[in-house]
Every structure is written in structure tokens, then in C-alpha cells.
Design a protein around this ligand. Structure first.
Ligand SMILES: Cc1cc2nc3c(=O)[nH]c(=O)nc-3n(C[C@H](O)[C@H](O)[C@H](O)COP(=O)(O)OP(=O)(O)OC[C@H]3O[C@@H](n4cnc5c(N)ncnc54)[C@H](O)[C@@H]3O)c2cc1C
Length: 280
């Protein structure tokens, strides 16, 4: 129905960002232990964390576990792990790319509740995701594929870019994102020395950078403009446990999907807006 171009936005490769952060942290003397799950947390003056291979104690601990925070009973109350999924096409041919006309290569998202997000990769594939965000009973995480959504995303890709009818999809994946009841993030503290950050919904890549700086100020007890943000230390709306949680989340999700279906229907019936089409 309309569009807005924001020249201040950019695209980044999140895995490269994580690798870059790890490199900088290691160079600063941080010890990283990958593939080492924390299996239990024992709060106290010094917090003790159990892992399968050993224990770590620390004066202060940050749980930067976003959607996976549901593993910790104190955080399970305030967020639910939803899942978002993407599909990836084969590299487009020069003819397909020309037909699509995506000359500025900007990232795009639409304005639905369960938005569609899409971008071109450096090798000219289209990564296309969103449309819905399933919740799995019992706060299950790690459901990396969703055949129904894969098919729905494939259909939506062709509806958005009719010139790509018949394009091959080479990859499909997804993962958990953290949602609070009011859809706003929370940075908080449990007891005197256990900090957490969650509720980034599907927009966490940029936000985690800001949240990281905020958590750093909190842990170092350095009040700042960041620690004064209203979503730091706010009261979170609690969510009920199962079996009530599942129908509640499904009914919220269902109403948002209904609103999206209504907007989809209205936008298909509406004539294309007059004026010069924009350039992506
Ligand atoms: C398919 C998909 C597409 C997305 N697209 C976008 C996008 O376009 N833009 C955007 O801004 N965001 C996007 N997101 C959301 C974004 O990935 C998240 O908001 C962001 O990663 C949150 O960062 P985080 O560091 O808080 O949590 P995460 O990146 O989820 O990191 C949490 C970490 O905690 C670890 N962990 C969990 N449990 C334990 C444990 N018991 N012990 C030790 N470690 C543990 C996990 O292994 C993980 O490494 C997308 C997400 C998905 C799944």
C-alpha cells in the first residue's frame, strides 16, 4: 500500500559479526568455551554455574540467552520462545536479477504483524523469511525446520517476485526468538548479581549490540544514559505456565495472523498506487 526507504539502514552478516566479536574478546583476554551448556545455576554471593565438564564461579553473571532463557525457571515466566524461518534461493541468473530490478540491493521488510523480511546475498540469492512465528508446547526450542512455513514462504516469494516462478530453493532453516507479552525487550537483574537480556523478538542483531553495552554498564555499576532506558529493570508482564500458556500464545498469534490476512486481502484488492514506482 506504500513504502518507506531508510538510507540509514544497512545489512550485515550476523555470523561474521559474532566471529568478529569473538576475535576481539579473545584478543582482550576473555576465555570462551563454545559448545559448553550451563546445566544449573546456583545463586549466591558468588554465583556457581555447572557445566558437563566443570564448574565456574563468578561475582556477577550475565545470562545472554534470549529465547533459550526459558531453560531458567526465573526467566521462563516473562518470555516465550517463538520461532522464525527463512528460505534461500539458488543464485539468480543475470536475467532473473534484471527482471526483479533490485538495483540498490537494500534489505526489505513489510509492515505486517508477522512481517516478511528479504534481502539479496553477495552471490545473488534471495533470503526470504518471516510470515509467521510458531510457538511449540512446553517452551520447546531448536525446531530448525518447518515444512509448512517453507512452502508458504516459497509461495510468498513468487507472489512478491512473479519473475522468479520456478526458482529453486536450496536452503531452509529457522530458530527461536524471544517474545515478551508486550513485545518489548527487557534487561534486568535477579537478586544482586545475575543479569539478563531477552525479548529481542526478531530484531535482535542490532539491539544486542546496544544491550551488550547496557549490560556492561550495569555489571560495572556505572549508571549511564543506557542504564536509564525505560526497558532496563522494568516490570515484566508475567505469562502463565503450561498448559495455559500454549492456548494463550496461540490465540494471540491467531489474532495477529487474522489481522495480517485481512491486510493481505485488502492490499490485493487495492489498485496499485499512482506515481513513479520506487527503486529497491
Ligand atoms: C531465521 C532467523 C532470522 C532472523 N533474522 C533477523 C534479522 O533479519 N534481523 C535481526 O535483527 N534479527 C533477526 N533474527 C533474530 C536474532 O537472531 C536474535 O534477536 C538475536 O540473535 C538475539 O541475540 P542474543 O545474543 O540475545 O541471543 P542468541 O543469538 O539466541 O544467543 C543466545 C546464545 O545462548 C546460548 N545458550 C542457550 N542456552 C545455553 C545454556 N544453557 N548454556 C550456555 N549457552 C546457552 C545459545 O547457544 C546461543 O548461542 C533472526 C532469527 C532467526 C532465527
Amino acid at each position: 500500500m506504500g513504502g518507506r526507504y531508510d538510507p540509514l539502514c544497512g545489512l550485515l552478516h550476523p555470523a561474521k559479526l559474532v566471529r568478529g566479536l569473538a576475535r576481539v574478546a579473545l584478543a582482550a583476554g576473555v576465555e570462551l568455551y563454545e559448545g559448553t551448556p550451563v546445566t544449573a545455576i546456583h545463586p549466591g554471593r558468588r554465583v556457581r554455574l555447572d557445566t558437563p565438564g566443570g564448574r565456574v564461579t563468578a561475582e556477577k553473571v550475565v545470562l545472554a540467552t534470549n529465547a533459550y532463557s526459558c531453560a531458567f525457571p526465573a526467566l521462563r515466566r516473562i518470555q516465550v520462545p517463538m520461532h522464525t524461518y527463512v528460505v534461500l534461493t539458488e543464485p539468480l541468473s543475470p536475467e532473473q536479477l534484471a527482471a526483479v530490478g533490485w538495483r540498490l540491493r537494500v534489505g526489505v521488510e513489510d509492515g505486517r504483524n508477522f512481517l516478511h523480511y528479504y534481502r539479496l546475498t553477495p552471490d545473488n540469492r534471495i533470503l526470504f523469511g518471516g510470515r509467521d512465528a510458531p510457538y511449540y508446547y512446553g517452551n520447546r526450542t531448536g525446531v530448525d525446520r518447518h515444512p509448512g512455513l517453507q512452502a508458504a514462504l516459497a509461495a510468498e516469494l513468487v507472489r512478491t517476485f512473479p519473475a522468479l516462478r520456478g526458482v529453486r530453493l536450496t536452503h531452509h532453516w529457522g530458530g527461536p526468538i524471544s517474545a515478551t507479552l508486550d513485545m518489548v525487550p527487557i534487561i534486568g537483574r535477579i537478586g544482586p548479581n545475575l543479569y539478563y537480556s531477552l525479548g529481542c523478538i526478531g530484531h535482535g542483531v542490532a539491539l544486542t549490540q546496544l544491550n551488550g553495552r547496557t549490560l556492561s554498564d550495569l555489571v560495572l555499576e556505572t549508571p549511564s544514559e543506557l542504564t536509564a532506558a525505560w526497558f532496563v529493570g522494568r516490570r515484566a508482564l508475567p505469562l502463565p505456565p503450561e498448559p495455559i500458556r500454549y492456548p494463550l500464545v496461540q490465540s494471540i498469534r491467531g489474532s495477529l495472523r487474522l489481522l495480517d490476512a485481512w491486510d493481505d486481502w485488502r492490499s490485493r484488492r487495492r489498485p496499485a498506487p499512482a506515481g513513479t514506482p520506487g527503486t529497491l
